[in-house]
Design a protein around this ligand. Structure first.
Ligand SMILES: Cc1cc2nc3c(=O)[nH]c(=O)nc-3n(C[C@H](O)[C@H](O)[C@H](O)COP(=O)(O)OP(=O)(O)OC[C@H]3O[C@@H](n4cnc5c(N)ncnc54)[C@H](O)[C@@H]3O)c2cc1C
Length: 366
């Protein structure tokens, strides 16, 4: 049986790796819209649930060695005063590109088609609502038995399956960057630092991804500051202006950042869907459950999706088996997505409000 995976992000390669030893993995194809070698983002935190999923999907890889361990969070005022300090279950900060390369090596049985996205779904003639093939931008088609829509938050496939499902409005934007800053990385160690404006609606987070690289981000209330689009100079100016007089770690990170590589992220979540699959086509990762960055669960949720699919599809021999497994996948994962949606909204409301007297809350959801 052939699997067709749409999208080569974390979800797509995790699904490829999860299927590699199954009947569905023998002739799988992954279609990625972006050409090979496109810039690959900054980094994120692999939380314990994502690490467990990775250990299940590809146990031969040392996932904890893929980045830097993070085992403490230091919540601080804008000026750097410690508000609270929390030990956390060990997580790992990874660079997105190096992590994707590892996942890609784990998905070694999956063939790659890069440079042309999926534009259309072709349905089967027998009209049971199942998908027969995908059509690509270059006009070619790929037939399959099982389809995995891993095409991200703005999923085109989701729009075709469930046109009523819409991403929410942008309330918070985020500038994500990497600083080449060995001394700062050494000082941060295994601690995730987050600095907060007392008035709310503005915060800076940073953590070491390696001995030389620090991933950092500014989250801001998009209603207060209308930074419509990026451009290195605008981003650098905005970051410097918003954080003038803040803790010295922030100035150090800014000074050692190449803003041409920075990314302005309009954060949007997806109200929970009633179904995650239609017959032999399932939504995976952000396509199924785009969540707000406050949870740190985007990549981790995608990895858990893939591990669940691995469990459910292991014995699939027919398209009916696939449809049954996808219905179960939908049932199993929907409560988690609902919880992440609610947690993301709760953390966003706290972020936008003036800082409570007890200090800010921990910006991670396990
Ligand atoms: C370029 C990029 C950089 C990112 N950088 C960061 C970061 O630094 N920090 C962070 O926390 N999160 C980042 N993210 C988001 C993060 O990777 C996801 O939230 C999370 O990992 C879930 O992954 P996903 O695979 O579901 O979605 P994504 O990571 O968004 O992957 C979706 C993939 O599908 C491809 N695609 C879209 N439409 C089509 C189509 N029609 N046909 C074929 N392929 C298609 C996209 O090009 C993309 O590669 C980034 C996402 C992208 C695409």
């Amino acid at each position: 049986m052939r699997s067709v995976i749409i999208g080569g992000g974390v979800a797509g390669f995790a699904v490829g790796a999860a299927l590699r030893d199954s009947n569905l993995g023998s002739a799988s194809v992954l279609v990625e819209r972006r050409p090979s070698g496109s810039p690959g983002g900054m980094g994120f935190i692999l939380m314990p649930n994502g690490l467990r999923a990775l250990d299940q999907i590809a146990p031969e890889i040392d996932w904890r060695g893929a980045g830097r361990v993070v085992d403490e969070i230091s919540l601080r005022s804008a000026g750097g005063a410690v508000l609270s300090h929390h030990p956390i279950a060990p997580a790992v900060c990874v660079g997105r590109m190096s992590f994707l390369n590892l996942l890609r090596s784990a998905a070694r049985t999956t063939a790659l088609r890069e440079g042309h996205g999926v534009v259309e779904l072709e349905r089967r003639d027998d009209d049971d609502g199942s998908t027969a093939a995908v059509r690509l931008e270059d006009g070619s088609s790929i037939e399959g038995d099982a389809f995995f829509a891993c095409d991200g938050a703005a999923s085109r496939v989701r729009n075709m399956m469930f046109p009523e499902a819409q991403l929410s409005e942008v309330v918070v934007k985020e500038i994500v960057s990497v600083a080449h800053a060995p001394q700062l990385a050494a000082r941060l160690g295994s601690t995730f630092y987050k600095f907060h404006d007392e008035e709310g609606g503005l915060a800076v987070g940073m953590l070491a991804e390696s001995e030389t690289r620090v991933v950092w981000f500014i989250q801001f209330d998009a209603a207060r500051w209308a930074l419509a689009h990026g451009g290195a100079e605008r981003l650098a100016h905005f970051a410097a202006e918003r954080t003038a007089g803040w803790s010295p770690e922030i100035r150090e990170a800014l000074e050692q950042t190449d803003f041409t590589q920075s990314h302005l992220w309009p954060t949007r979540d997806l109200p929970p869907l009633a179904e995650l699959a239609q017959e032999n086509l399932a939504l995976v990762g952000d396509a199924a459950h785009a969540c707000l960055p406050f949870t740190s669960q985007g990549a981790n949720g995608a990895l858990v999706d893939a591990a669940v699919l691995q469990d459910l599809l292991g014995g699939a021999r027919t398209r009916a088996d696939v449809a049954r497994a996808f219905r179960l996948y939908s049932e199993i994962r929907r409560p988690h997505h609902r919880r992440m949606f609610m947690e993301g909204r709760r953390l966003r409301a706290e972020f936008l409000a003036p800082m409570p007297s007890g200090g800010p809350c921990v910006p991670l959801v396990a």
